[in-house]
Design a protein around this ligand. Structure first.
Ligand SMILES: Cc1cc2nc3c(=O)[nH]c(=O)nc-3n(C[C@H](O)[C@H](O)[C@H](O)COP(=O)(O)OP(=O)(O)OC[C@H]3O[C@@H](n4cnc5c(N)ncnc54)[C@H](O)[C@@H]3O)c2cc1C
Length: 229
């Protein structure tokens, strides 16, 4: 999996702090730029504690995501407040074969892993055969599996990212999207720590909402995200 921050709002922390300051100030916009640093951090902390999260929508992050499965992307695109561009299986053909992901549970079993690889090869050759028979890529793609690799460009604002982290960094989320969410969190924290200070699964800041489905590992989760660098 490769995740790259392609672009983001310039000075995201300052922009969010300025938007927050504007709400409570009689000053004109030109006078609202704060000193930055601790002053901005404290203001953001305060408004987030109040639940005034709309100010986070002024900071956006555009990410390049590669080496992930279609099983992951099906879940990712359910996040409706994000924007996506995904490699097409209509306009891009896979006559030379396709790359794919192998879940760790299957990697751990030599026999199953070999059969899995053979099945992928069978699918790739049948795809090739369909194409050789004149079947268009948009129809030949019906035999491509969930395991097939895809790549996307995704844009999310900081509010939606925090929501995404809450759902997808949780140990109840599926392993591949959890890996992606955790890697994105690691990267955006480096860029705008005050916006993502306590971002992550719900158990970082309160009780686990999963009830009987809880992983029961809140302590380990808090340690993992506390050490995320
Ligand atoms: C552990 C886990 C298991 C899951 N299992 C399944 C499953 O079995 N089957 C399945 O279909 N999905 C499943 N999902 C996907 C899940 O139901 C959501 O579609 C997905 O997580 C996107 O979340 P969202 O709708 O909150 O986010 P977004 O689309 O990113 O929206 C963010 C927030 O905006 C608001 N919002 C957005 N659109 C609307 C709207 N139209 N009306 C009102 N409010 C809106 C909501 O407050 C929402 O939480 C699962 C997700 C997780 C994390």
């Amino acid at each position: 999996m490769q995740v790259t921050v392609l672009a983001h709002t310039a000075e995201p922390v300052k922009v969010v702090a300025m938007a927050a300051r504007l709400c409570y100030s009689p000053l004109d916009i030109g006078s609202l730029r704060g000193a930055g640093g601790a002053e901005d951090r404290q203001l953001i902390e305060k408004v987030l504690a109040l639940g005034h999260e709309s100010v986070l929508e002024h900071a956006s992050f555009t990410l390049g995501i590669e080496g992930v499965s279609r099983a992951l992307s099906h879940q990712l695109v359910r996040h409706r407040l994000a924007s996506f561009s995904q490699q097409s299986q209509r306009y891009v053909s896979f006559d030379e074969g396709f790359s794919f992901q192998v879940p760790p549970s299957i990697q751990g079993d030599e026999t199953l892993c070999q059969e899995y690889g053979e099945l992928m090869e069978t699918l790739a050759s049948f795809y090739r055969r369909l194409r050789e028979q004149g079947i268009p890529a948009e129809d030949a793609r019906f035999v491509l599996p969930n395991a097939a690799d895809t790549r996307l460009v995704m844009t999310m604002n900081a509010r939606e990212l925090r929501h995404f982290f809450r759902l997808r960094c949780c140990r109840r989320a599926q392993w591949e999207i959890r890996q992606l969410a955790t890697e994105i969190l690691r990267q955006v924290k480096k860029i705008a720590l005050p916006l993502f200070q306590q971002a992550g699964p719900p158990c970082l800041t309160g009780p686990c909402p999963e009830g009987t489905m809880s992983c029961g590992e809140a302590k380990a989760v808090r340690q993992q995200f506390g050490e995320l660098e």
